[in-house]
Design a protein around this ligand. Structure first.
Ligand SMILES: [Zn+2]
Ligand SMILES: [Zn+2]
Length: 332
């Protein structure tokens, strides 16, 4: 099969993803083999490629928003059958026995595996996945439209839950990429007023088209105080911008796995019971709830499509903030 691997992390400007030929992997008893149709591109893929995360496995095939067809199933698999359409997300498997797994916090598992980071992912023609962490995808979404739901959607949904927003309140989104364009639709569904902060004129236009109440730069003060905010761009200083815009008792959550250092700031910005938190990974329950919302709302994903061979270029455009909505690799 064709696959893109990253042997040693390097700047995306050096086109470090290399195309290789490799044998199609075999599923074990609890796994399925997927023939991949599409794979979404996420900021985390960029962090894996550029080495912003602690090294776990190199070489590795990145990609954790896999949409494909079940081609083979292991002997112990009962939840999926051959030819099912299925999706694979970032959480490849949790241990099931640590204190977090036992308390419905598998996103914080002490011994997790992550797709496209600690195990090979979806920038390839085939991938294996744990059946218990593979999701049947709802009808009504093309493979292309479904791919960004699998991380951008799921992590965005978890961030929306954790930022303690209530129905009808004001929500700030800092950065407007794949995840934010989905969260905006969820927030609108719950009658929240959404304020979008981004440098990109193109992203502001998309935000307004999708129903944002206001769009401006991250330096600007929104016209009203925010009850909650979510930071999507990997820039620590945005915590401070968000704290300045938050009302008393408000919460700011960061959805990213990696962020530049948060600069010092005066305690008064945090005082009055404002909360800063991070969102780490997601649970299978988050995935199921997001897919449920995708049908209910229904969520419309805006995608830019690239062939597998163009992944380096797509990641570079993502880094430059030039992708409108989500980037997706078309593999078949
Ligand atoms: Zn665990
Ligand atoms: Zn992701």
């Amino acid at each position: 099969m064709k696959a893109l691997i990253i042997e040693k992390p390097a700047s995306i400007t050096t086109a470090p993803l290399k195309m290789i030929e490799r044998e199609i992997p075999k599923p074990s008893a609890n796994q399925v083999l997927l023939k991949i149709s599409k794979c979404g591109i996420c900021h985390t893929d960029l962090h894996v490629v550029e080495g912003d995360l602690p090294p776990v496995k190199y070489p590795v095939i990145p990609g954790h928003q896999i949409v494909g067809q079940v081609l083979e199933i292991g002997d112990a698999v009962h939840n999926l059958k051959k030819s099912d359409r299925a999706g694979v997300a970032w959480l490849h498997r949790s241990c099931g026995t640590c204190r977090y797994c036992l308390k419905n916090m598998e996103n914080l598992c002490d011994a997790p595996l992550f797709t496209g980071y600690s195990v090979d992912g979806g920038f390839a023609e085939y991938a294996i996945a744990d059946a218990d962490f593979t999701y049947k995808l709802p009808d009504g979404f093309s493979d292309l439209a479904a791919a960004p739901l699998l991380c951008a959607g799921i992590i965005g949904y978890r961030s929306f839950k954790l930022c303690r927003i209530k129905e009808g309140e004001t929500l700030g989104l800092y950065g407007f990429g794949a995840s934010a364009h989905i969260v905006l639709q969820i927030a609108n569904y719950y009658n929240c007023k959404v304020f979008v902060f981004t440098r990109s004129e193109k992203h502001r236009t998309l935000a307004i088209e999708l129903g944002a109440a206001w769009a401006g730069s991250s330096e600007e003060k929104p016209p009203v105080e925010l009850a909650s905010a979510i930071i999507f761009a990997p820039v620590g200083a945005l915590y401070i911008n968000a704290l300045k815009a938050l009302r008393k008792g408000g919460t700011v959550a960061s959805a990213g796995i990696h962020m530049s250092p948060v600069p010092q700031f005066p305690y008064e910005l945090l005082y009055h019971e404002r909360i800063m938190l991070s969102v780490a990974n997601s649970t299978r329950e988050d995935a199921r709830e997001l897919l449920h919302h995708a049908v209910l709302i229904p969520i419309k994903t805006t995608v830019e499509v690239f062939p597998l061979s163009e992944a380096n270029n797509a990641l570079q455009l993502l880094k430059q903030g030039k992708i409108n909505g989500a980037a997706v690799l078309e593999i078949e």
